[in-house]
Design a protein around this ligand. Sequence first.
Ligand code: AMP
Length: 282
Amino acid sequence: MRIFKEVSSLKNYLQQQKNAGKKIGFVPTMGSLHQGHLALLNQSIPDNDITLCSIFVNPTQFNKPKDYELYPRNSKEDLAILEEKNCDAVFIPDEDTIYPQKSLIQFDLGYLDQIMEGLHRPGHFKGVVLVVIKLLNLILPENAYFGLKDLQQFTIIKKTVEELFLPVNIIGVNTVREENGLALSSRNKRLDNQQKEIGLTLFKSLQLGKENLMRGESVNKMKESVVEYCGKQDGFDLEYFEIVNRETLMPIQQISEHNSIALCIAGNVGDVRLIDNFIIDL
Ligand code: AMP
């Protein structure tokens, strides 16, 4: 497995691969790899000639310095996992390599930055899009893989790439969960066993919401039941629960007018913030 820290050596390598007609698949991550990340690799490896994974804890997307500080980092273990997985190459840059100077560019993401994650994490998506567009421009892969667990991130990246005419296919990969339903996340490493139980509130809320909707309950009534359920879970602090159109992420009032919807939830267990969603095709 080739490991690159610098832009110039990475570019040389990619140019050689492209000259040889190789198709590049790209999997961007912040490291601390788990089965969720590996699901992205599992899709990229058979679909492309070369799979490149990046590991970079992007400082510009953390709206709380403490969260950035406490974000789990484990590059040695990550590299061993990627090697074992037969990943072809890894880009693991320093902060100065990605941001040699304070960035002049800022993306205005409109309404998509003013709902759900955008509303509760001001500036988060500006940082995400900045780093993803930098990486995509640098690498220019054929395909880039993102988890649908971060549905709003996926939607924003897909729309931004389309608007900028970037010649990259953005591919969404289904959420990987523990057997009990808890969505895998690098942040789960900061939860003890009791907190993991409490973290299941997200999954259970999504299940409750889906069941109630499928039974014909109205959107408003269903939301009330879920909020009430969350309120009863000791140690869980709900940030939002929304029901949105899957493509636009705009909140909806009635499901009958939509082909595909998503239930989206975020909450805190102690000082660990967790998100999850269910995508429901109607
Ligand atoms: P992160 O390292 O948290 O920035 O995640 C890197 C990529 O892995 C993103 O595209 C995430 O959406 C994706 N990802 C994280 N957790 C999961 C999961 N449980 N299932 C599928 N994809 C995931």
